[in-house]
Design a protein around this ligand. Sequence first.
Ligand code: ATP
Ligand code: MN
Length: 430
Amino acid sequence: MREEFKTIDIGELKETLEGRKVKIAGWIYTKNVLGKLIFYRIRDGTGIIQVAIKRGEIPEDEFEEAAKALRESSVSIEGILRRDPRAPNGLEVRAKNVKILGESLEDYPIKPGETVEFLLDNRHLHIRGLKMSAVMRIRAKTINIMREWLEKRGYVEVHAPTLITAACEGGATLFEVKYFDRKAYLTQSSQLYLEALIYSLGKVYTIQPSFRAEKSRTRRHLTEFWHLEVEEAFASQEDIMRTEEELLIYTTERVKEECRRELSILGREIEKIEAPFRRITYDEAIEALNKEGLKIKVGEDFGVPHEERLCKIFGYPLFVMHYPREIRAFYHKPSSDPRRVICHDLLIWPYGEIIGGGQRIDDYNELLARIKESKLDPSEYRWYLDLRKFGSVPHSGFGLGVERFVAYLCKLDHIRDAIPFPRTPARVYP
Ligand code: ATP
Ligand code: MN
């Protein structure tokens, strides 16, 4: 009678297991039939391994099946682990048994040379690839490391509603949804709710989706993205900027250490970033851009080309501070120059802004005036105004776009590859 073996993760196969019988299960990544010998490369999400199947060494019917099986069929294989210098990672399983579990019913459609559109239409299959899998692992690690760092610093994780009535970042990019017999919107940011929660918890954060009906088709905009937001009571803009520096440096270093395999699949060597990050003001940025021939006037906001150029001129990560109040949302606190607000964007090449943050207005009357000035309806913001009525405190916070950060860490050409099922103006399928 045959012994039953427990299936082992391919990622766990090490030279120390050489000569041992192992059982693996996964998908046929590549197949090569050379007469009496079949070579598979099998992947299971934890790693990839070469399997050699020799006629005569396994039951004949299994050999026939193995030779016929199409790419991406799922298989379970028992065999002996051997060293083989010709194998991609120096190890090979010499098969004793091959069982096809789920046959691919037709030729696997993902092949080299397919168009971007085709790959996006077949995203549910494309994500099986080694590169996409590596990005998803890096994404998962990045989120976990940031969460761990925030927890250690005493930030409390909270969750805000997705369905809301009051805009946070302006009406133009709101998705409207029917809410029974009323209108509601998908949230653009959880910030306003995080501001309410600092009165219960002091220091809070959330990692959840934000939605923006952004028509701008840039390589850094999604309509649904994951947003890490932090809000802290009694914190100045300076305090929160230090938090950002430390969080980014810590996360980057740990991703480098813990995602070596994935980064090497992507051919990515992440550059070292050090604190303090360079800081410039909005006015300095405008001056520098004009000097370089990019015509932009005071009062205009930066687009991707401006931010890219700023990173080239000043290096990165780069804080750009004190934007004009008319191009920032109503809640920003004015600086000593009342035409500017206490805010910052953090830019990283080649994505530009990955964080936006700053200090919030804490005075009731000042906030009310800004809401009116911004042509918003104060009654919609009654609860938000209340926060300034009962024990208001100076407070600051920031929002980081998870996909933009992951795209930077992985050096992706487009932000859509930092999320398995991207949502863009042109795409809500699959
Ligand atoms: P942009 O000018 O690039 O549209 P924003 O100024 O609208 O960005 P914020 O409102 O400050 O961005 O949001 C905070 C962070 O959320 C940004 O720094 C960015 O990392 C991320 N973010 C914002 N909009 C998007 C989007 N459409 N897709 C992906 N990430 C986004
Ligand atoms: Mn935007």
